[in-house]
Design a protein. Structure first.
Lengths: 133, 129
């Protein structure tokens, strides 16, 4: 967790890039996932349920510290190719936009996840959060 | 294209929530600390929202095959939390006449209430993300 400014509503800047986070789709991590979801047993391909884990890990790490009480409101995943077991992924995060609607503070964060090495774009997403402060 | 997604169900007990927290490294006390959660506005433990999203992906995979996942645009909203010892089911229905095909997808609790709602679009081959 960083010692920088707090990621409250005021701090987010639409268009700003907040860095990147790597994630290794290794056998041990997939095995842990499969201990929760035994049906996610397709050989070679990462279980699709892990897509959310990758995005949230990147966003929560790069957009820290945050005030308590935030609520994950929605999520999109636009897939070009599912990651494969053994790949290392890099997820970049930007603030897409923010708005106050009916006294509620909403922030949308955009992500792009690529394969490290080839830089192949694998999937993109938008995470919508209700920010408490 | 199949009109109904083959559903996928999961029992969300506390042990499962703790395992999910360990896999995702998300130990938000609202998910793992019963005492904290009881005093929170939620009034008790709630499961990670993304835990249930996995059931929509499984339903899509069960129905369309794992290769089809490479062409999915999934857009979902979290409607209400999932409580301990609830059974949740992910599924969906094809919108008639939609082109490209769009499934209205959902995750529902044992009472039949939506906890997640959204759409899954099966993009044509070669569509950029």
């Amino acid at each position: 967790m960083s010692d920088g400014p707090v990621f409250d509503y005021a701090h987010y800047e639409p268009g700003k890039h907040y860095g990147a986070r790597n994630f290794s789709v290794d056998e041990s991590t997939v095995a842990k996932w499969r201990s929760v979801y035994p049906n996610d047993d397709d050989p070679g391909v990462m279980p699709a349920g892990m897509l959310a884990m990758i995005v949230i890990d990147a966003v929560l790490t790069l957009n820290s510290p945050r005030p308590p009480g935030g609520v994950h409101g929605g999520q999109t995943f636009d897939i070009r190719r599912m990651p494969r077991i053994g790949e290392t992924l890099r997820t970049d995060v930007w603030c897409l936009d923010k708005e106050v609607k009916k006294d509620r503070k909403w922030v949308r964060v955009r992500s792009e996840t690529r394969a490290v090495g080839s830089n192949e774009l694998l999937f993109t997403g938008v995470m919508t959060t209700l920010v408490a402060q | 294209m199949q009109a109904q997604l083959t559903p996928s169900t999961k029992r969300v007990d506390f042990d499962t929530i703790l395992k999910y927290a360990a896999v995702t490294n998300d130990y938000n006390p609202i998910h793992v600390d019963k005492e904290f959660a009881a005093k929170s506005p939620m009034g008790g433990i709630i499961a990670h929202g993304t835990m249930s999203v996995a059931l929509i992906w499984q339903a899509l995979k069960n129905t369309l095959g794992v290769q089809a996942l490479n062409r999915i645009l999934l857009e979902i909203k979290f409607v209400q939390p999932v409580r301990i010892d609830d059974d949740v089911t992910g599924g969906g229905e094809l919108r008639p006449g939609s082109e490209p095909p769009v499934y209205d997808v959902w995750v529902r609790n044992a009472k039949g209430q939506d906890v997640i709602k959204g759409t899954a679009t099966v993009k044509p081959v070669g569509t950029p993300a």
